[in-house]
Design a protein around this ligand. Sequence first.
Ligand code: PGA
Length: 243
Amino acid sequence: MPAKIVVGNWKMHGLQENMSELQAISISAAKSSCDIVICPPATLIQLATKLSRSFSIGGQDCHQEEFGAYTGDISAQMLADAGADYVILGHSERRENHLENSAIVKEKAIAAIEANLTPIICVGETLQQRESGQAVIKVNAQLQSSLPQNSNVVIAYEPIWAIGTGLIPTLSEISEIHDSIRGLLNKEFGPLGSKISILYGGSVKPDNARKIFGGANVNGALVGGASLKSNDFIPIIEALSDG
Ligand code: PGA
C-alpha cells in the first residue's frame, strides 16, 4: 500500500512569527497515521526542522546541479543539509514562471534522490487541455518525461486551473487521472509502482478533503492555501487519517 501523505506547500508565505502554526500541526501529526510534510520557504527550513518531531520538512524546488555559479538557487544537497527530507519539483508555478520543462524536472528529481530527498513531482493539465478532452494524455506525457528511473518518488496531480481558484475536478475526473498515473507507474516500475503515493492538489480545503480522499488511487494531498493555518490544515490531516 502506498503511504498516505499530506504535504503543505507554503509557497512564498511565512515569516518566523508564523512558526507557531507548526506547534498545533505537530500535535495533530503525532496522532495521525499519515505522513505529514511541511514545505516552508527556504528561509524557514532550518527553524522548521527544530519543531518537526512528528512531521517532515521539504523544499519547494532545488537546482539540478550539486553546486556552482547559480545565483539565487539551492541544491538538493543544501536542502538535505538544512534538514529537509522531501522537495516539491515541477510545480506548475515553477514550470510557468521559471520556464522549467519536464526534462529539467527529471534532472532535478535525479539530483534530489542522489541527495537522499524524496521528490514530489507535480503534473497537471491546463483548463484548455481539460476542456478539449486532453487531460489524461497530457498528464501522462508530462509524467513520463518528468520521471527519473527510480521509484523513490511521490507524484502530485494538480490541475493548473484548480490551483488557488476554489474549483476542483469531479471525483470521477480525479479518479480517472489517478488511475492512469497508477497504470503508468506500474508499467514503469513493476510491483514498486503500486507503492508510490499519488497526491491530489488544487483547492483542497477542510470541506472537500474527505470527498477527494474517497477517490480511487488518491493517497493524499498537496495543499497550498489551506496549509498556512493549522485550523484549516489539521482537518485535512484528520480526513486522510480517518479514510
Ligand atoms: P492551493 O494550492 O491548495 O492553494 O490550490 C495547491 C498547490 O499549488 O500546491
